[in-house]
Design a protein. Structure first.
Length: 399
């Protein structure tokens, strides 16, 4: 164990060091965020002058002076508490949303509900995307097997999922309504906070005027009444500046909360727009993809059938050629092997000649009859020509 350090007596006097001042808060940064009208500033300055003059008349350490100091230290207490409550409600929003997203909090949070619904929509769309489904397969062959057609199974699955898609759409619409209600609540919260900040800004101006007025009074009475000057400096001026610092700090915090609420409101507006896009663009794109996939799949089936039909036709032509080849050879062999009787051949030629003469006679007689028929037909056509032109020029009647 090391040797103990000897104790030394305390110094002649105890000196308390005040804390280092924080960075100055410019009026345009805090106090100026909610501007106070010039007329109100003049009124508050006059009130501060009168209050400082009254403080200078009070006996140091008297109950009356302590009561006035208490008034200063409690100035704006209700407004500060109201602003702090608004900040606490703002802090509860991200905490509840995060808990809901993790499944351990209130699932009724608008943003969490919308996020979960959008996640469900994304999974559903990814599951129904046609290019992720194998739509190939012979419909006609597998059609005899229950559930055998991949195409039929896919579109049955799409029809079944339509109920879930409709449910998701309704959930998104409900989420939009919740976001709009959330924004309405935020707007009311902003109005209340703005009014509170306005009151705090007036208190800050009042305390600033009181600070200057007390400093002025201290200078005036420092020679004639040192005790009064000391009491005003150590008690009154300390209380004024401490309360002014508290109010300016709360103003800074409230201003940040106000900006945060405005950002949440703007984000909700963008979420509402995003939900609109999800309800319209995403679902329309899915339906378009399904329609295109169905059309292309049917076209592929037609193309496959055309290919199969062409092959069948080619096989049929080849089969016909083979049969023609075989039959022709048989015919020639039979012709070479057979013997024809001359008298029957002469009789056949005679019949042919007589037939040809009869045909020539008929054709000559028929030519004259046909000329008459042609002349009659041409006349009828000429008579019908005006009616045809009139029917052609008649406007089309639409239902």
């Amino acid at each position: 164990m090391s040797e103990s350090t000897p104790l030394t007596p305390p110094g002649a006097s105890l000196v308390l060091q005040p804390p280092a001042p924080v960075a100055a808060v410019e009026p345009e940064q805090v106090g100026g965020m909610v501007p106070v009208p010039d007329a109100k500033k003049q009124e508050l300055a006059a009130t501060a002058e009168a209050y400082a003059a009254e403080l200078a008349t009070l006996t140091p350490n008297s109950p009356e002076l302590q009561a006035k100091i208490t008034e200063i230290t409690t100035l704006g207490r209700d407004e500060i508490q109201g602003a702090a409550n608004a900040s606490n409600r703002m802090l509860e929003r991200p905490a509840s949303a995060l808990a809901a997203a993790k499944g351990s909090g209130d699932a009724g949070d608008a943003q969490a509900r919308v996020a979960k619904t959008l996640t469900d929509l994304r999974f559903q769309v990814e599951d129904l995307t046609p290019n992720r489904a194998d739509l190939t397969g012979a419909r006609k062959i597998l059609g005899f097997i229950p559930g055998g057609s991949k195409i039929a199974r896919y579109f049955d699955r799409y029809k079944s999922a339509q109920v879930q898609l409709d449910s998701i759409t309704r959930a998104l619409e409900s989420g939009q309504d919740e976001l709009r209600k959330d924004n309405a609540s935020i707007e009311q919260e902003k109005v209340n906070l703005w009014n509170t900040m306005g009151t705090l800004s007036e208190y800050a101006v009042l305390l600033g005027g009181l600070d200057a007025a007390v400093e002025k009074k201290i200078t005036e009475v420092e020679v004639s009444s040192p005790d009064t000057a000391k009491a005003m400096r150590s008690d009154v001026l300390f209380a004024v500046r401490q309360r002014r610092e508290d109010i300016l700090t709360q103003l800074a915090v409230s201003a940040q909360g106000y900006l945060a609420m405005d950002m949440v409101r703007a984000n909700n507006v963008e979420l509402i727009k995003g939900v609109d896009r999800a309800r319209t663009t995403t679902l329309s794109a899915l339906r378009t993809a399904v329609i295109v996939a169905q059309a292309l799949t049917n076209q592929r089936l037609v193309l496959d059938q055309i290919t199969a039909l062409n092959k069948t036709t080619s096989d049929l032509i080849a089969s016909n050629a083979e049969m023609l080849k075989t039959t022709s050879a048989d015919i020639h062999r039979q012709a070479a092997a057979s013997t024809i009787e001359i008298d029957k051949l002469e009789k056949a030629f005679q019949d042919v000649f007589e037939t040809m003469d009869a045909i020539d006679t008929f054709r000559a007689e028929a030519a004259s009859s046909m000329a008459v028929t042609i002349t009659s037909l041409e006349g009828q056509i000429e008579r019908a020509q005006p009616y045809l032109e009139r029917a052609k020029s008649r406007p089309e009647i639409t239902s």
